[in-house]
Ligand binder design. Structure first.
Ligand code: PLP
Length: 384
């Protein structure tokens, strides 16, 4: 099988599993226990926290370990807004992950917040003029993702953050898709909080973290034994934390200029560009969704008018052994066209023809275009 769905998830890397193994077996202690096994677990947890922090150019005390990106987004949005309510006004975008959008909705429904959604242009880039108009002295929190999962567009987060900071609002960015692909440096971005997920970069599902700038108050969502400095109670998942640290350290290197992706980012983007070119030149009417250049290097997403994205996806798996996605995995199974594609101004019927291909290494794209074009033709000939 050729796996072209790394934006949905990735396999656990061998060195990650090896790093985790002792904490699933012999070194199984609870970090809160006062005996030797507990000490070993506690030291491993703090080393993992320090490694995650180092990959972001941050301090260990700024990392809250979570059960993944969804929890990190919820903790950022609800935790920051409830601890610093100011004018109870939230600003986010139409193309955020549901973890951010639904967390905002929760604050609107139950905590008296107002919420404004920023539009995006046809390439999926957030509207900075509208941001300038909507972010004001009342604004509590601005949340803009660093890179979109469905269309791959990388957002001008530093520009939005500068606007927000000038008005005294806090800024969060969801960097779940960006880690290992673009520079993820909270200081350069000028944000106050940043979400990470392990399973997009070779750590297990259910691992992740929220970075929160030192001194920024945060209200916990999970109460109990006071772990994670009281910000996230519950016996820590030591093995997941160790896995997250190992995976992020493989994906991101700290350099004197700040954190940089370690992977073959340029070669990946070149292989992706060749794949896009080959698909577009042989599939009439097809078009790329998202920004043609300001996008994740391993991300190619298309609409194939005259097909159904689901049918193309099935054909690719059954006839060509290619695993890809017909939109975001989170929206899979839903018949509704993707809200993200609608926000880009794509017609609802055309949005149902979307297919996304995502890869972590350049070789994965090689020779895939022919199969895609054949699958699109097959679906069109059945439909027509
Ligand atoms: N944010 C973005 C942009 C994502 O793509 C995802 C997962 O696909 C998440 C958040 C949720 O992360 P997790 O699956 O770790 O809960």
């Amino acid at each position: 099988m050729r796996y072209l769905d790394t934006a949905a998830t990735t396999p656990v890397r061998r060195e990650v599993l090896e790093a985790m193994w002792p904490f699933l077996t012999g070194e199984f202690g609870n970090p809160s226990s006062r005996h030797g096994l507990g000490d070993v677990a506690s030291r491993a947890l703090e080393r993992a926290r320090a490694d995650v922090a180092a990959a972001l150019g941050a301090r260990p005390a700024e990392i809250v370990l979570t059960s993944g990106g969804t929890e990190a987004d919820n903790l950022a949005v609800k935790g920051l807004a409830l601890a610093n309510p100011r004018g109870r006004h939230l600003v986010t975008t139409r193309i955020e992950h549901p973890a951010v959008l639904e967390a905002c909705d929760h604050l609107v429904r139950l905590h008296g917040f107002r919420r404004d959604l920023l539009d995006v242009d046809g390439d999926g880039v957030v509207d900075l003029t509208q941001a300038e108009r909507l972010i004001g002295a009342e604004t509590t929190l601005v949340s803009v993702m660093l890179a979109n999962n469905e269309v791959g567009t990388v957002q001008p987060v530093a520009e939005v953050a500068a606007l927000a900071r000038a008005r005294g609002a806090l800024v969060h960015t969801d960097a779940v898709q960006a880690v290992g692909s673009v520079v993820v440096d909270p200081t350069q971005l000028g944000v106050d909080a940043l979400s990470l997920s392990g399973h997009k970069v070779g750590a297990p599902k259910g691992s992740g973290a929220l970075w929160v700038r030192r001194g920024v108050p945060l209200e916990p969502l999970i109460h109990g034994g006071g772990q994670e400095r009281g910000l996230r109670s519950g016996t820590e998942n030591v093995a997941a934390a160790v896995g997250l640290a190992a995976a992020i350290t493989s994906a991101v290197g700290s350099t004197p200029g700040g954190p940089r992706p370690r992977g073959p980012v340029e070669a990946l983007a070149a292989a992706r560009d060749a794949f896009v070119h080959d698909v577009l030149s042989a599939a009439p009417g097809a078009f790329l969704t998202g920004h043609p250049r300001r996008r994740l290097p391993g991300h190619a997403s298309f609409c194939f008018p005259g097909t159904s994205g689901e049918a193309v996806l099935l054909g690719l798996e059954q006839d060509h052994g290619i695993a890809c996605s017909s939109g975001s995995a989170c929206a899979a199974g839903s018949d509704e066209p993707s809200e993200v594609l609608l926000a880009l101004g794509i017609d609802p019927e055309v949005a149902r023809t979307a297919v996304r291909f995502t890869a972590a290494s350049p070789g994965d794209f090689e020779g895939a275009a022919g199969a895609v074009v054949t699958a699109v033709r097959a679906v069109r000939s059945l439909a027509g």
